[in-house]
Design a protein around this ligand. Structure first.
Ligand code: AMP
Length: 591
């Protein structure tokens, strides 16, 4: 499936699902259990081809695109778990990748599936024992695989059905070309070769020429992922509060000029109409609006007559405006490629841009996936409070009024002003005019309260385990807090003293009145828990954090991560302390 096709699928309510790809019910259940909702582009492209089983496959895709599941799912579907033959051999450039691939496969495999890892640095004796247990799938690095094939003769791959080269360009970079070619000589003629590579340098083309005959190619275009000019952030909101949240965010921006992406045409119509009724210069476009109208809208948007364009992915295709200040994901797209494509509309031509996503509980997994793909954390910001929005609007009114008074041109309504001032004191008259002109805009009654969707108990919070939300870190509860004289610095000191050693990287720390939380690296967390358990088996002072608290505490962020599942989102208070600074006139949220 091409990029364009993928986008089309996005917009038509008939999104590609895993079921569409021809996978079995059993596998679909596993996919759902794993939390994958929609296939990624490489999965949508590769899985049906591989299930059809007619040709070899070349997949041009990088890590993070979901390529492992793209080949693993069909391979597992076709696996004979009763057979004693190695049916699949997967070569990966590094042991880390090999382990990752094996883990991903295991997570979808049926009971009885035996997967053996072979990589340098691992005890060969263990590998030999593993191979004796007749695995059906072997994942390894080329050097060690050659070792088993040629020196030890412990690996038999003459009945192989699938030969997978994962990250082939990396393997060539490391210098595994000859090893790979030698391994291929041991494979049977009747097998499928699957080659995945982010790039297609000459070395890869040579391999394709020599060893891959009739094949399909699936190419996943990777957009520029880390455009430093785009500031990415998100707000966690309940679905029902999204519109209110959106208004707050837009209202505290001086010069908002951007595209707002919605999932469905209905959403586009709904959000555009509501924004319009709030007085914004906005229009919506989607596939049901005729071409002429769409072109008109686009022309108005390009000219700046419309400041907000509400759109579906397909309708926004081809929009080429260089000075957009914002891209808003009113809903997250169904896969990371579309996300990067969307946000790439801002931060162009050297301009700064902001990409803002509204995420509700159901988007938590998608957000993690996007973060893994873009290899970046998306900062969670606190929504502006009602009073902040009002303050901001008042300030804007003051600035604009000052500008008009100091401006060169004369003002239009001086005669009317004189008449009005006849009616009462200047203060009273102005108050009446403001009320007439602005209605309830400066009143809190104009806004709805909204609550943060704090995802408690969702996959992001990690359930019972002290999950910190940061890979490799765990969140610990310490039954001592501010009242016991703790601050982030001496909490670390205290823990180090107790374990008699240094802690590695420390994550978020939250010191509350009577207790605290600290995010530690996995091994450190284990060590600390062990020590405190030994001291008091019944009621240890430090335990695994079960769930997040919602109070604000003194917090210090050692990892640079913030809020939400990465720690607390902080309490309501302390606006002054945390107050968002202004940059370019706009409110930028708390940081
Ligand atoms: P890969 O490119 O295979 O290394 O995958 C990158 C990450 O995306 C892995 O952590 C996968 O678990 C995850 N992933 C792969 N496919 C999906 C999907 N369809 N939905 C959500 N996450 C996925």
């Amino acid at each position: 499936m091409s990029w364009d096709e993928l986008l089309v699928v996005e917009d038509t309510a008939e999104k590609t699902t895993f079921a569409d790809l021809g996978l079995s019910e059993r596998m679909l259940e596993k996919i759902t259990a794993k939390g994958y909702k929609y296939p990624s582009a490489i999965q949508a492209g590769v899985i049906p081809l591989l299930l059809r089983g007619e040709k070899d496959i070349i997949g041009q895709a990088q890590t993070g695109t979901g390529k492992t599941a793209a080949f693993a799912l069909p391979i597992l579907e076709r696996l004979d778990t009763k057979s004693n033959d190695i049916q699949t051999l997967i070569l990966a450039p590094t042991r880390e990748l090999a382990i990752q691939v094996a883990d991903e496969i295991k997570s979808f495999a049926d009971v009885g599936t035996k997967i053996q890892l072979l990589y340098g640095g691992q005890n060969v004796r263990d590998e030999l024992m593993g191979l004796k247990r007749n695995p059906q799938i072997v994942v390894g690095t080329p050097g060690r695989v050659i070792d088993h094939l040629t020196k030890r003769r412990s690996l038999r791959i003459e009945n192989l059905k699938y030969f997978v080269l994962d990250e082939a360009d990396e393997m060539l970079n490391i210098g595994f070309k000859e090893d790979i070619e030698e391994i291929i000589e041991y494979t049977p003629k009747e097998k499928k070769v699957l080659l995945f590579s982010a790039t297609m340098p000459k070395g890869i083309q040579d391999i394709v020429h020599r060893y891959i005959k009739d094949h399909d190619t699936v190419t996943i275009e990777r957009k520029e992922l880390t455009n430093e000019n785009i500031e990415q952030k998100c707000y966690k909101v309940r679905e029902s509060d999204k519109f209110e949240a959106l208004c707050r965010v837009i209202e505290v921006e001086f010069d908002f000029y951007g595209i707002l992406f919605c999932k469905t045409k209905l959403d586009v119509d709904d959000v555009a109409a509501k924004l319009m009724s709030r007085g914004y210069k906005v229009e919506g476009i989607h596939g049901d609006i005729d071409q002429k109208q769409r072109e008109k809208t686009l022309a108005r948007f390009k000219s700046g007559a419309i400041k907000i364009l509400v759109a579906t992915d397909v309708a926004a295709r081809g929009i080429d405006v260089n000075n957009l200040t914002h891209v808003i994901n009113y809903s997250l797209p169904d896969n990371p490629e579309v996300y990067t494509h969307r946000i790439g509309r801002t931060g162009r031509a050297g301009n700064k841009g902001e990409a803002i996503s509204f995420v509700s509980r159901k988007d938590a997994r998608m957000l993690s996936w996007i973060e893994r793909v873009i290899k970046k954390r998306i900062a969670v910001e606190k929504l502006p409070e009602i009073y902040e929005v009002i303050e901001f609007k008042k300030k804007r009114l003051l600035d604009n009024t000052k500008g008009l008074i100091e401006g060169e041109e004369g003002l239009e309504y001086t005669d009317l002003a004189k008449d009005l001032l006849e009616l009462g004191s200047p203060e009273l008259v102005l108050a009446a005019v403001l009320q007439e002109g602005y209605g309830k805009e400066f009143s809190t009654t104009h806004y709805n309260e909204l609550k943060e969707d704090d995802f408690r108990g969702s996959e992001r919070s990690g359930g019972e385990r002290g999950y910190s939300g940061v890979a490799g870190q765990r969140r610990l509860f310490v039954a001592k807090g501010r009242l016991d004289g703790f601050n982030p610095g001496n909490l670390i000191q205290f823990l180090e003293q107790e374990i008699g050693g240094k802690l590695g990287d420390v994550g978020t720390i939250d010191i509350l009145r009577e207790f605290s939380f600290i995010n530690l690296q996995d091994e450190d967390a284990d060590h600390v828990l062990r020590v405190f358990k030994k001291k008091n088996t019944q009621k240890p002072l430090v335990t695994e954090a079960k769930q997040k608290s919602s109070g604000g505490g003194e917090r210090r962020n050692f990892s640079g991560n913030r809020g939400w599942w990465r720690g607390f989102s902080g309490g309501r208070g302390g606006f002054n302390r945390d107050r968002g600074e202004s940059r370019g006139g706009g409110y930028r949220g708390r940081r």
